[in-house]
Design a protein around this ligand. Sequence first.
Ligand code: BTN
Length: 335
Amino acid sequence: MGLLRKHTLVMDIRDRILDIFETEPGNRCSGEKLRKALGVSRAAVWKHIEGLREEGYLIEAAPAIGYRFAGKRDILSARSITRRLTTGMLGREVRFFKETTSTNAVAMSLAAEGAPEGTLVAADSQTSGKGRLGRQWASPEGRNLYFSIVLRPAIPPSKAYLVTVMSSVALTAVIRREFGVAAGIKWPNDLLVNGRKLAGVLTEMKAETDRVESVVLGVGINVNWRNEDMPGEIRTIATSLSDSAGREISRLDLLAWFLEEMERLYCGAQEMGFDASCLMEDWRGYSCTLGRAVRIRVFGKVLEGIAENVDDDGRLLVNTGKGIEVVSAGDLEIL
Ligand code: BTN
């Protein structure tokens, strides 16, 4: 039997075991019942139960009954993600890596090979996580979310920035709604809490002159990474959702909620022809930049002033006291 086929069968059996537990009263089931339902030997049932335990599923021996499914640790895997998602399009295919170079790099290759829209690439850690402006994105294992989504919006390249806008709006909405954490968007699309960075978005694109072929939306969120565990240079500028909310956060729930919100906005935008004014209005509502004194480094030049507004092309309008400067890219510091 081919390796891939054998692997797929193992996946199917383990999913079926979880399905059975979920339909049994009290999530309890005997080994014999599982064996019969799956058509495999008792030893095979035991082996798959062990496999599921290693994946983080809590399956206890229940005296006189057999097994009891008692929940799941917050361990990411293709299975745990697929089982948790409620979206129709985003995450319709999931690729998961315990470790990879960069989920954006993997998603870009998959997009070039024709991966369908909505393909989700997620990792538990990255060895070369990419940030904006050529920076690195620190990606320690087991604590945070690092994922990329392949999108194929029917828009010209000049409108691709709206995907980034949409994602920062979706993430801010979810973080405020689900955790009561006052996250805000720092231009262009960083998520901050109390002036510290919580999450970042990096969008990469392949396009022809007048048509986007694919957009890879990469999102990194500091979830359960405690400030005291961050390396020195990051500790002073970053925060995590658990530190802000004061409790451990389920990465699976956060990922699922974000994808639901993003799908809602993305499908809505498609129906509205990616109307920039609508999306930028949402962005302005969540901004923690507008009205503030800022310093921006743009191609070696430093500019200071008050961030007055963003236009519908996502450009920042800065009042320097001598006039309005229109800034389309750069590194912004809130003063
Ligand atoms: C930023 O500089 O604020 C953007 C950070 C984006 C990081 C994420 S982590 C998942 C995806 N893969 C990467 O290599 N980068 C993005």
